[in-house]
Design a protein around this ligand. Structure first.
Ligand SMILES: Cc1cc2nc3c(=O)[nH]c(=O)nc-3n(C[C@H](O)[C@H](O)[C@H](O)COP(=O)(O)O)c2cc1C
Length: 491
């Protein structure tokens, strides 16, 4: 009898995957086939389906089997599947993996990127799996969530036994062995976790877990750096973000100036009174610098101005190569360096400039990479829709009436810094971005152009446009550039 019980458990704890609406999303359908999905009384999706299909979409309140949506059979299934995919792309769905015993869900899956669709990756008895070193469990509200910066979805788990089974994967485990264990969570859940990079397959004979997870570009990332990058940008998480003033009413507005200390004070005014010295050109430039968010569409920036701007602000001035000196008399490989107009941590110069050009006299609308070494723009083929989306999000971030004439996206070649620096790599990169942004601001001011730093960028969108995976090279800053419309822009 005991043996039979074990065999049943070995099969799987999970019964099936289904899609359902997020907690706050509503769906209504009438007899004519009109379907309306909404949130907080706002219509998010309105469509007309056949009466049968419309009625079936109501099942999204409790759940529709993913299998029937992935390979629909018949006209009704087809119509429903198309609508469900649209709702999924808009982030209105989540997924549940129900238990065989009918007692609720083993896990709930919340998409974190817009094109997530649950996939159960294949696992064989001889595969060995382990938890990703980027995976973490945390409390969110009253939920326990399992997530990872490379995961396109997170897993909500409320059963301590499932949590225990997953934490057991901190040591590599063979699937055949896991299946024999009491409380095996099932191949379906493991396949979903594998698809989300929360667990990974450990290659036979691999040395060390860190080096066997992902490629050479992943091994250089520290846990906190990749998490910070993925969670403090747009595109790879579903958390609220940006200037939301989330703590109005919780704490009063923090002051504009730090508090005055009680110690003895030396007044510096006497040394800096306007009569002391004439103001230098550079000091004047600093005074003149300001953010420009609205540009003169009738008189766009020209390609000659853009070339000068890039030449002064970002061009490689010279290059050299030197063997890596460990400082203890030993040497490593030859390392290439460049000199550029702005400082960079460890002379890394890991930042690359991508230009989304909307309106520049003499330069075709499109997406370009600035080759700082050869001082040339290299055209990159992207979808018009992606270019428009990138420019529109910059316009939105600036609260501007139109997109900028040129949007410069600053992307980091992460491994150039993390190959050398541990624990501080990502923070150095962000500091480098600040230095470069000020250089771009001052150069724009010097050339009578206008510019504005932008604090958010969609790392998933950029990854699609550059063809680089988000952990290999990704956006860490943006700068809008063009000819200012009028003068005296408000901050
Ligand atoms: C890192 C950084 C991010 C910024 N992000 C935005 C942004 O997303 N949208 C915007 O309109 N301005 C942005 N700004 C511009 C600031 O709002 C501006 O520098 C500030 O209000 C001071 O005004 P000034 O630049 O005209 O002196 C950003 C500036 C910095 C340095």
């Amino acid at each position: 009898v005991r043996g039979q019980g074990n065999r049943r458990q070995r099969k799987s704890a999970a019964a099936g995957l289904y899609a359902r609406l997020n907690e706050h999303v509503t769906i209504e359908a009438d007899a004519d086939g009109n379907v309306v999905a909404g949130l907080d009384g706002q219509v998010l999706e309105r469509t007309k389906l056949g009466a049968g299909a419309a009625k079936r979409t109501l099942a999204l309140r409790t759940g529709l089997p993913v299998r029937s949506l992935a390979s629909p059979r018949g006209a009704i299934d087809n119509e429903v599947a198309l609508l469900v995919r649209r709702l999924a792309r808009r982030g209105l769905l989540e997924y549940g993996l129900s238990r065989t015993n009918g007692r609720g869900d083993l896990v709930a899956i919340e998409p974190q990127i817009e094109d997530y669709w649950p996939q159960t990756a294949k696992l064989g008895a001889n595969d060995t799996v382990a938890l990703s070193r980027f995976a973490y469990l945390r409390r969110r509200g009253t939920d326990l969530v399992l997530e990872a910066p490379r995961a396109p979805a997170l897993f909500r788990i409320d059963d301590p036994k499932t949590v225990a089974a997953i934490t057991g994967l901190s040591r590599p485990q063979r699937i055949a062995d896991l299946r024999r264990r009491r409380g095996f969570v099932g191949l379906e859940l493991l396949g979903l976790l594998l698809d989300c990079n929360i667990i990974f397959k450990v290659a036979a004979g691999s040395e060390g877990l860190r080096s066997s997870e992902g490629d050479a570009n992943l091994v250089v990332w520290d846990f906190h750096d990749l998490l910070f990058h993925a969670r403090s940008t747009e595109g790879r998480h579903a958390n609220p973000m940006g200037g939301r003033y989330a703590f109005v009413g919780v704490i009063p507005p923090p002051p504009a100036v730090g508090s005055r200390l009680a110690g003895p004070e030396i007044d510096l005014q006497q040394f800096t009174a306007s009569s002391v010295e004439p103001i230098s050109q550079f000091a004047n430039l600093l005074r003149e610098r300001h953010s420009t968010r609205d540009f003169d569409s009738a008189r766009p920036i020209t390609i000659a101005e853009l070339a000068k701007f890039l030449h002064h602000a970002a061009r490689v001035q010279w290059k050299w190569t030197t063997p890596l000196d460990f400082g203890d008399g030993s040497f490593g490989p030859e390392v290439d360096y460049t000199r550029r107009p702005y400082p960079s941590a460890g002379a890394s110069y890991e930042l690359e400039l991508y230009l989304a050009v909307a309106n520049c006299e003499g330069l075709e609308k499109g997406f370009y990479h600035y080759d700082a070494d050869r001082h040339a723009l290299v055209s990159i083929q992207v979808r018009a829709q992606e270019l428009a989306r990138l420019l529109a999000s910059a316009q939105f971030a600036m609260g501007a009436a139109a997109p900028p004439q040129i949007l410069i996206t600053i992307a980091a070649r992460f491994n150039r810094v993390s190959w050398k620096y541990s624990a501080i790599a990502y923070s150095l990169i962000l500091k480098d971005v600040g230095v470069l942004l000020q250089t771009l601001y001052l150069t724009a001011t010097d050339l009578d152009l206008g510019g504005c730093a932008i604090g958010t960028c969609n790392i998933d969108l950029l990854s699609k446009m550059t063809g680089q995976e988000f952990h290999v090279e990704g956006p860490v800053g943006q700068f809008a550039l063009g000819r200012a419309a009028g003068v005296g822009d408000a901050a």
